[in-house]
Design a protein around this ligand. Structure first.
Ligand code: NI
Length: 193
């Protein structure tokens, strides 16, 4: 068990597409999962993808703690998702604030599908499927993007909504009034991913 080093934006490990996991239940995979759980708990995020800890494999862990779930949304216990796939339900996208352990100190507003179906294998290799919406759907999309070398700033459509979390949170009211003036769509709460 150990805490792993998290790659920061600019490191090529974050840009490399990850390969599918083929062997389940191996000591190496179990060790990696345990280390990622420990690393995420230490860093205090909601999700972590293997490429963030320099392992180019299609594995993510994520949870939605009660304090991060949006209004009317359920918290989600920690999921260990291997070889996940996402299918959007409809084409509606919503803007919401995101943060990333690989982009420390920053947040940005990112458009994501409001609702998705996602499928993955658990650590024993059993196939799972779920529907998600709101912040839960956002976290899944953010984490799975890491497996394709995508970081959330690369998904942003308006870089004026990217900045230091400290500044944006301090000026949230002002920024919201600017956005309302632009007729922007609704904003969801942010979360560290
Ligand atoms: Ni991230």
């Amino acid at each position: 068990m150990g805490i792993l080093k998290i790659a920061r934006m600019g490191h090529p490990a974050l840009l490399k597409p990850a390969l599918p996991v083929q062997d389940f239940g191996t000591p190496g995979l179990i060790q990696l999962i345990n280390d990622m759980i420990e690393t995420l708990a230490d860093a205090g995020g909601v999700g972590l993808a293997a490429p963030q800890v320099h392992v180019a494999r299609r594995l993510v862990i994520l949870h939605v703690p009660a304090e991060r779930a949006g209004e009317g949304e359920e918290p989600e216990p920690l999921s260990i998702m291997i070889n996940p796939e996402i299918v959007p339900v409809g084409d509606e996208k919503v803007l919401g604030w995101e943060a990333c352990l690989s982009v420390p100190g920053m947040i940005g507003a990112v458009p994501r599908f409001r609702e998705i179906i996602y499928r993955w294998a658990d650590p024993a290799g059993e196939q799972m499927e779920r529907e998600a919406s709101g912040f839960h759907a956002r976290v899944v999309q953010h984490e799975c993007d890491h497996l394709d070398g995508m970081l959330y700033p690369m998904r942003m459509t308006d870089m004026s909504q990217f900045g230091f979390a400290e500044e944006i949170n301090r000026n949230r009211e002002l920024l919201n009034s600017i956005r309302e003036g632009d007729g922007e769509e609704e904003f969801e709460e942010d979360g560290e991913e």
